[in-house]
Design a protein around this ligand. Structure first.
Ligand SMILES: Nc1nc2c(c(=O)[nH]1)N[C@H]1C(S)=C(S)[C@@H](COP(=O)(O)OP(=O)(O)OC[C@H]3O[C@@H](n4cnc5c(=O)[nH]c(N)nc54)[C@H](O)[C@@H]3O)O[C@H]1N2
Ligand SMILES: Nc1nc2c(c(=O)[nH]1)N[C@H]1C(S)=C(S)[C@@H](COP(=O)(O)OP(=O)(O)OC[C@H]3O[C@@H](n4cnc5c(=O)[nH]c(N)nc54)[C@H](O)[C@@H]3O)O[C@H]1N2
Ligand code: SF4
Ligand SMILES: [Mo]
Length: 753
């Protein structure tokens, strides 16, 4: 559990490295690095600049990269400790094949030949689309692009989707509907120029820590901050107005705000008339969303709703930011649209200090959703069912229309199809569904039904345990490439060290496999990430996400290039929609009516408490990476149930007590963490752990009908006090380690397990 130090000893222990206090035995002289490589953090979508120190082909530490404009040398705790992964004893160095006695290290040739044969066998038996690919966007643009091409032309399946389906797709759907393009509308420097900043469903300080800095710079200028979240997160604790609404009630609030803006005539009529469509229908849809109705739906006081509407409505400049809090819902896309509606109604977009953005989550969550990594998409954000778009890609790829599969199904639907026996084979890379998909039992059942699974990872993730062959892949610092940050800035990842053992970058493995599958002609020309990027430029050219004019050299020179960037002499586009020009064919933006509907599961007499899930600053996603870094484990060793003292009292719970949480999907036992910063009808569990500690044992497979994102943020549960012997052995072990680390030992090792 994240600790606040309550004694000097504990403080020294917890923050020792930062206080510059010598460890027992004194500081060791740090070896002089052979080189220092300017690159970016491998974790979240902020993609902070960092310099990695390298000695003897190993990353041994880091230095801040002060000149990189986005973070100017600042890093969060994950960024500071990321360098510890490379030399971790758990790194996969060899291919693994499942034998009679479990996994055994295998000769590379043998493993690859087996994979190719099994893919062909499954497809021969059950048809080309019975083999699916699920992948992820911690991978570079080059790898994401190649995965799309490999699935379609290498394997020949339409069933490809990615972990952004659990992350960015509601925002994507809402953005495309409104603007015709899916990217944050502004560079982050616009945040500091806004007079009102509205943050909805985003734990900024823990999940996009560097964005905090931009918001605080605005506050230093006197800007007002409004935060909408059922939990009073660290950023909310510095807000001018906190709106701790009921989970799942977001579009009731934003509809209510639009109602008031209209009632008080705080609409920018000139902007609405000249630059948008659909206002009348949208206003009609909020006719009945009075402050009283909004208050009833959201659980917020009328005065607070009115104050928020007044502040937003009367501001000269403003910025609205949201993240998964509103997007991880079965009406995620509508929540996004309802936020955009209040931005459009006040005409505050496309100019300095005025705009809107979703805070992209994963490292390459932005770039990875542009280059054909999704079941219905081709590179450049093209539509796989649009004949012109298909023709462009067929030309670049040198294939016929018949060779290019059509639309497949989304990530959760692929797993549903595996469970139903319709999909029989899977290639899984850069994705850990056994931890990250909702309803863990269902995912596990599905994975155990697969006839054949090949996985690519650099650690043995929980999902890899279901594979028949595991191929060791490369860490971010073992290859070069590009990613695109939350701002839409394309940046350059630089290679610092070589891969260990037989490990290889994902693209090399896919190119090799494509040859073995007899499709080498589409892939033989790829000899480096740079060669893939050159094709990506052509493939994206003319699409909305146009990278045509971006080169590695230009990225280095400009410290990033914002897309769209159609030609080499184009500087890139930091701010979209300048002059209120949107990317729909008629140049106008579209309002989208979002009539209220409840979450798919709501509290009732049997399951009376709202459950919501999310993150802590010290861990990253399914935890495969950060649960292996000692410092981060020490700060937050295991999950817990965040609960308000009033709710805790009702169940007789005190700090640290064992509490059983049960939903219609499953149950788990966690220690209670009493906090006054959460609604008293809601509990929260961070989701970064596996098996008996996985929050997704409780969540449901309810999807948004448009974006197909799971409703991670809203479930109904019941809770009861239980005894500590019900803690799972994993939790007991983590508690013991944490206790020892705090009491006797100077420090637990930097790398654990
Ligand atoms: N430390 C850390 N940082 C990360 C990540 C990580 O794993 N760890 N992951 C990265 C990724 S991939 C992502 S997607 C982002 C996620 O970044 P965020 O979306 O900021 O993080 P979450 O914790 O998923 O959820 C955000 C907030 O939504 C609130 N919330 C819950 N239910 C509701 C609701 O019904 N309405 C509203 N308005 N709010 C609600 C939660 O209380 C939480 O504070 O973070 C990125 N950065
Ligand atoms: N309950 C609940 N569940 C959630 C969420 C939530 O808020 N609540 N959030 C959802 C969100 S927003 C997200 S983004 C997902 C994330 O869920 P996942 O995508 O499953 O999480 P990761 O931990 O990123 O898993 C990536 C795996 O790929 C490996 N990996 C990393 N980089 C590479 C690479 O370059 N190549 C290869 N081959 N492997 C690599 C890592 O070691 C790790 O095992 O979780 C979702 N699940
Ligand atoms: S904010 Fe994100 S990118 Fe920056 S150091 Fe932290 S995890 Fe890395
Ligand atoms: Mo995410």
């Amino acid at each position: 559990m994240s600790q606040l130090p309550n004694s000097l000893d504990e403080l020294v222990h917890t923050f020792g490295p930062h206080l510059n206090l010598a460890p027992p035995g004194g500081w060791q002289d740090e070896p002089e690095p052979d080189k220092v490589v300017k690159t970016h953090c491998c974790f979240c979508g902020q993609q902070c600049g960092i310099q990695l120190k390298v000695k003897d082909n190993k990353v041994i530490g880091f230095e801040p990269w002060e000149e990189f404009p986005f973070n100017k040398g600042k890093l969060c705790p994950k960024g500071v400790k990321r360098y510890l992964q490379g030399n971790h004893p758990d790194r996969l160095h060899k291919a693994l094949m499942r034998g009679e006695h479990g996994f055994e290290e295998a000769d590379w040739e043998k493993a690859m030949a087996h994979v190719a044969t099994k893919i062909q066998e499954v497809q021969a038996k059950h048809g080309p689309h019975s083999f699916a690919v699920l992948s992820g966007v911690s991978m570079s643009n080059e790898k994401s692009y190649l995965t799309g091409k490999f699935a379609r032309l290498g394997i020949g399946t339409r069933n490809l989707d990615y972990n952004g389906r659990l992350c960015m797709v509601s925002a994507g759907a809402g953005n495309k509907r409104a603007f015709g393009v899916d990217r944050a509308a502004n560079p982050w420097t616009d945040i500091e120029k806004a007079d009102v900043i509205w943050v909805q469903g985003s734990n900024v300080a823990e999940c996009s820590p560097i964005t905090t800095d931009y918001i605080w710079r605005a506050r230093d200028r006197g800007a007002r901050l409004i935060v909408v979240d059922p939990r009073i997160t660290p950023i909310a604790r510095t807000a001018d107005l906190v709106l701790p609404l009921k989970p799942g009630s977001d579009c009731a609030l934003t509809n209510g705000i639009l109602h008031l803006l209209h009632k008080w005539d705080l609409i920018d009529w000139a902007f609405v008339k000249e630059h948008t469509h659909g206002f009348e229908d949208t206003i009609a849809a909020v006719k009945d969303c009075t402050p009283e109705w909004t208050s009833e739906m959201t659980g917020l006081p009328v005065e607070a709703i009115e104050k928020a509407a007044r502040w937003w409505g009367e501001a000269k400049t403003s910025m609205l930011l949201h993240a998964r809090g509103i997007e991880h819902q079965s009406k995620g896309a509508d929540n996004v649209s309802s936020c955009i509606n209040i931005v459009l109604a006040t005409g505050r977009i496309g100019r300095e200090g005025c705009g809107y953005g979703t805070i992209t989550g994963q490292g390459n969550g932005q770039g990875g959703r542009e280059h054909g990594h999704k079941c219905d998409q081709l590179p450049g954000n093209r539509d796989i069912e649009n004949p012109e778009h298909r023709a462009h890609i067929c030309k670049v790829w040198g294939c016929t229309d018949e060779e290019l599969p059509h639309k497949g199904v989304t990530a959760q639907e692929i797993v549903n199809a595996i469970h139903a026996g319709e999909i029989k084979g899977l290639m899984l890379l850069c994705f850990n569904p056994v931890v990250s998909l909702p309803n863990t039992d269902f995912t596990r059942e599905a994975f155990s039904k697969l006839e054949f699974m090949v996985g690519l990872d650099f650690f043995m993730s929980e999902s890899m345990h279901y594979a028949d062959v595991v191929l060791p892949s490369a860490l971010q610092e073992e290859d070069e490439g590009t990613t695109t940050s939350a701002e839409g800035r394309v940046i350059k990842i630089n290679k610092a060290v070589d891969c260990p053992g037989d490990a290889k970058p994902d693209w090399e493995i896919m190119v090799d496999l494509a040859r073995r599958l007899g499709r080498g002609r589409f892939f033989d020309h790829f000899t480096s990430s740079r060669s893939i990027f050159e094709e990506l430029r052509k493939a994206s050219s003319g699409g909305t996400a146009d990278y045509g004019g971006i080169t590695y050299e230009k990225i280095e020179k400009q410290m990033g290039v914002f897309w769209p960037c159609p030609t080499e002499d184009h500087p890139g586009t930091p701010r979209l929609f300048e002059g209120a020009k949107f990317m729909h064919p008629d140049g106008k933006a579209k309002f989208y009516p979002t009539p209220w509907r409840p979450a798919m599961e709501v509290v009732d007499a049997d399951y009376p408490v709202w459950l919501t899930t999310g993150r802590v600053v010290f861990h990253y996603l399914s935890g495969t990476q950060t649960r292996r870094i000692g410092f981060l484990v020490e700060q937050c060793p295991h999950p817990y149930l965040e609960i308000h003292p009033r709710l805790a009292e009702r169940y007789g719970l005190q700090e640290g007590d064992a509490v059983e949480i049960e939903s219609r999907r499953g149950s788990m036992v966690l220690p209670a963490k009493l906090v006054t910063t959460i609604r008293p009808d809601t509990v929260f569990i961070p989701y970064h752990w596996s098996s008996k500690l996985a929050a997704n044992q409780l969540t449901a497979r309810h999807l948004d009908p448009v974006s197909k994102i799971p409703e991670y943020k809203v479930s109904a549960v019941r809770i009861r006090k239980t005894t500590p012997d019900r803690f799972s052995p994993e939790l007991a072990e983590l508690q013991r380690m944490a206790f020892e680390a705090r009491s006797n030992q100077p420090n637990i090792p930097e790398q654990v397990f």
